[in-house]
Design a protein around this ligand. Structure first.
Ligand SMILES: [Mg+2]
Length: 302
């Protein structure tokens, strides 16, 4: 591994992941609409356009800070999250309040650490936005893991939320390997090696043991699929699904969404990781129905 990817190449890789994340987020969210439940069984697409949610809005900030600073700058990231925050994009109540206070001049260090009686949030919000960062560090999964850790703190300071972000970034970096995406077990082995001991890590070990299960519903019942919207209830299943779906976006999406849970977020994570890898782009027709990325996302390097 060498750290010699050009800025253009990093941005291109991260944008590919971001597009996959946005499609997963937007299409996954469609299946919270009761009228769309029958479509899910038939694997049919709802009519567009599909608006994306907080997962994509925050991921756009991650990418723009990387493009502007060449790494994660926590203050710039907090400013971008707050400046581009729209409460109607499906944020959790704690993050809505936090970003409002940062926008009003509050210090993210104090505000984020005070959440949930001083334990910090263990929600899946730091994980849902981070796959493009992994793709940015396609040549350096260790650095991806380190930068993801730093990126979590402006909003999520509980250890599980931080490790969840580290795990998703590691997975995207490994998937984006310029030599081609790894086999499912190699992906999860690589992620497990890069994250510290934690409930997320324990879940990932269980996910690895279940890679040969074909029933996603059973696996989701064991690992969780985001119903509690915690990192440890979300990331192990999402990375189980992503590992099995490398190079096959459509299959990965349907396997992920059909078990329910926090579908915009599980599908955003899976979409962002799978699209980071060669042959993992979402179908063009799906991209067309997805709301375009906001105009402030950089599409050329500075
Ligand atoms: Mg969302």
């Amino acid at each position: 591994m060498t750290a010699d990817l050009s800025p253009d190449r990093r941005l291109e890789s991260a944008l590919a992941s971001l597009r996959g994340l946005a499609v997963g987020d937007a299409l996954g969210f469609q299946f919270f609409t009761p009228a769309h439940y029958p479509l899910l069984k038939r694997r049919e697409l709802p009519e567009g356009p599909w608006p994306w949610t907080d997962d994509t809005e925050m991921a756009c900030s991650v990418l723009s800070v990387l493009a502007g600073h060449g790494r994660i700058d926590q203050d710039a990231l907090a400013r971008s999250f707050a400046g581009h925050h729209h409460a109607d994009r499906g944020y959790g109540p704690a993050v809505n309040q936090l970003l409002g206070r940062i926008r009003d001049g509050g210090d993210w260090r104090e505000l984020a650490s005070a959440l949930f009686k001083g334990q910090g949030s263990w929600g899946n919000g730091a994980s849902m936005r981070i796959a493009p960062l992994g793709a940015w560090y396609a040549d350096d999964p260790e650095q991806a893991t380190h930068q993801a850790e730093i990126s979590a703190y402006p909003t999520h300071q509980h250890r599980e939320a931080v490790v969840g972000a580290m795990a998703v970034a590691a997975a995207a970096a490994l998937a984006a390997d310029p030599a081609g995406p790894p086999a499912p077990k190699a992906l999860l082995d690589g992620v497990i090696d890069l994250v510290p001991r934690s409930a997320v890590g324990a879940g990932l070990r269980r996910a690895r043991d279940m890679l040969d299960y074909d029933d996603a519903g059973t696996v989701a019942a064991v690992l969780g699929c985001g119903r509690r919207t915690t990192a440890h209830d979300t990331v192990p299943f999402a990375l189980w699904s992503a590992a099995r779906g490398l190079g096959a976006y459509e299959q990965a999406f349907w396997d992920t969404v059909r078990v329910g849970g926090d579908m915009d977020t599980t599908c955003a994570i899976v979409g962002g990781v799978v699209a980071a890898g060669a042959g993992g782009a979402p179908p063009a027709a799906w991209l067309e129905r997805t709301e375009p990325l906001p105009g402030w996302v950089p599409v050329t390097s500075a």
